[in-house]
Ligand binder design. Structure first.
Ligand code: FES
Ligand code: MG
Length: 571
């Protein structure tokens, strides 16, 4: 067993060891400090993060497993981000949560950590932190909600809201019925039950090797979540003994596995930004192009909203993540190990599909070639992404006239104006929504369609934005345009009336304006003014240091790892 880092706090009989032990001796036996692993439970439970509120109960199960294996469990509340609650966007604080968790993991006398997350940004932030400190770490996701129904039909979290609110605007659903649906969707503890960002990142944490295989997707109220949490408590103690750290688990092969899985499960576009950021913390070489090269031809096998029909409870019943991965076994690296020390692929042998409607076989996919496509061109020199599986096939090659909005407020003020010069072939452009511009890169790219077009039956249009879209959303939406308008990207130069060509098969996004004319144009003033430039606090630090989406939107000084060493004493 390697020497435990907690020993540098607790071992010996000098004054400092005395101080470190004495204050901790509140009910734990003296032999708690005899060199056994101290395990933090990095817990994002919060009543303001409703998707994670049950994690205190999950933590109790983890603790039992840790004690049982001879470790000492310690609850460590960490900054929690409620996706639906915090303004202007939870993404603004992903890096702060990651930085705060990183610092507390390093500063405290702990040897390993169990990461408890669920709601969208929580698992990415925890993984970024664990990667930066590089002590034995394992994720327990809080699991998805049970399926809620409205008028006898399943109502998916997020996806249902987008659909029903468009129906109200189209005049096909009454406002009163829409209000009644509000109490139907969120049925139990857990994160969103669509294949949105939370479900995606829970699954990808497992594919990266950072969760007990088979645990991702177990619904939050399912007894197996707690037994899995208990087993994870035992496991993390073993990981400390074996010195199995994030850097030995999350290798380039693991990330490529995650890209394959992202396509096969129809996961969220937000995973692109999160995986790039986690890889950045580890120094693993991963680029935007890897998503296209490795993932683009992978078929979509899992029939869940927003790309398909079912919800996470269906996925779990049908065999879950491992059953889906078994179908793409040949595309996965056999080298990449998991927290158990065994390769991920070892867990696929007995992973059967119990419902071939929900998890399709490789020979009968929902869609061929379902991965993220990376687009480039004079409108996105450093890249933009689109999820073809969630788009309309007939719009994947499209040329249309731009209708430009300088901010989300500008968009909301004008989109339903009957006088707005827009038709179904127009391309809606929304800028000022990137990491610096908003700031925080919010999920606004899935712009609602103009009311007059909805009323005439239009259900999708090409939309382009430097922001993100909710993992529960759908449509022909070009996202994460880099560089963003507020960082000097050419998106700031588009005029209403310019023609834009989207060509997904050829991976291009082109503003059909000659270079010579573009060179004459000045960025839209509103975009520049919209980028208000926060004066103090986190937002100031964020805007000064955030990187563009194509490399993960982490802060420049957080890229790379600092390890776990702390050399100085506190007294
Ligand atoms: Fe928390 Fe969707 S709002 S997971
Ligand atoms: Mg979200």
């Amino acid at each position: 067993m390697p020497e435990l880092r907690s020993s540098s706090w607790y071992a010996g009989d000098d004054r400092n060891a005395y101080i470190h032990r004495a204050w901790m001796r509140r009910g734990v036996p003296a032999d708690s400090f005899d060199g056994r692993p101290h395990i933090a439970i990095a817990n994002t439970a919060s009543e303001l993060t409703p998707c994670n509120v049950h994690l205190d109960q999950v933590a109790e199960s983890v603790k039992r497993g840790v004690w049982e294996a001879g470790g000492v469990p310690l609850n460590l509340p960490v900054m929690s981000l409620g996706e639906t609650q915090v303004k202007p966007t939870a993404m603004l604080w992903r890096n702060l949560a990651a930085m705060a968790a990183e610092e507390m993991l390093r500063a405290n006398p702990i040897d390993g950590v169990v990461l408890l997350g669920g709601c969208d940004k929580t698992i990415p932030a925890l993984l970024m932190a664990a990667a930066s400190v590089d002590i034995p770490s394992v994720v327990v996701s809080g699991g998805p909600m049970l399926t809620g129904t409205f008028r006898g039909t399943p109502l998916g979290c997020g996806t249902g809201v987008w659909k029903l609110s468009e129906e109200v605007r189209a005049g096909t659903l009454s406002q009163a019925a829409f209000m009644r649906s509000e109490s139907s969707m969120i049925r139990s503890a857990g994160h969103c039950n669509t294949m949105g960002t939370a479900s995606t990142m829970s699954c990808l944490a497992e594919v990266l090797g950072m969760s007990l295989p088979g645990l991702a997707g177990v619904p939050a109220p399912d007894a197996r979540l707690l037994s899995g949490a208990h087993e994870t408590g035992r496991l993390v103690v073993e990981m400390v003994h074996d010195d199995r750290r994030p850097s030995t688990i999350m290798t380039r092969e693991s990330f490529l596995n995650a890209i394959v899985a992202l396509a096969a499960i129809g996961g969220s576009t937000n995973a692109v930004v999160h995986l790039l950021a986690i890889a950045g913390r580890l120094g693993v070489e991963l680029t935007l192009d890897d998503f296209d090269l490795v993932g683009a031809d992978v078929p979509l096998l899992v029939d869940l909203q927003p790309a398909g029909r079912g919800l996470m409870e269906d996925f779990h019943r049908a065999g879950g993540l491992l059953a889906a991965l078994r179908e793409v076994r040949d595309l996965l690296s056999s080298q990449a190990i998991t927290v158990t020390g065994a390769p991920l692929v070892d867990y696929l042998q007995d992973a059967d599909i119990w419902d071939p409607e929900v998890i399709r076989s490789r020979t009968d996919p929902l869609k061929e070639s379902a991965g993220i496509a990376v687009l480039r061109g004079n409108l996105a020199p450093r890249g933009a992404v689109i999820k073809p599986a969630a788009a309309s096939p007939e719009l994947l090659q499209h040329r249309g006239r731009a209708v430009v909005f300088d901010s989300i407020e500008d968009f909301r003020a004008r989109i339903d104006d009957p006088e707005l010069d827009v038709d179904a072939s127009s391309v809606l452009v929304l800028r000022g929504c990137g990491p610096k511009g908003y700031p925080g890169m919010p999920e606004v790219a899935n712009m609602p369609l103009p009311k007059k077009l909805l009323e005439s039956g239009v259900r999708d249009m090409v939309r382009i934005c430097d922001g993100r879209m909710s993992g529960t959303a759908y449509g022909t939406v070009v996202l994460h345009v880099s560089p963003e308008a507020a960082a000097g990207g050419p998106l700031a130069l588009v005029h209403t009336g310019d023609y834009i060509t989207l060509d997904v098969p050829n991976r291009t996004l082109t503003l059909d304006v000659p270079d010579s004319e573009l060179a004459q144009r000045q960025p839209s003033e509103e975009t520049v003014e919209g980028f208000a430039g926060p004066e103090r606090g986190w937002q100031r630090l964020y805007v000064d240091h955030v990187q563009q989406a194509d490399v993960g939107a982490d802060l420049d000084f957080l890229v790379g790892s600092s390890g776990a060493e702390v050399t100085r004493e506190s007294h």
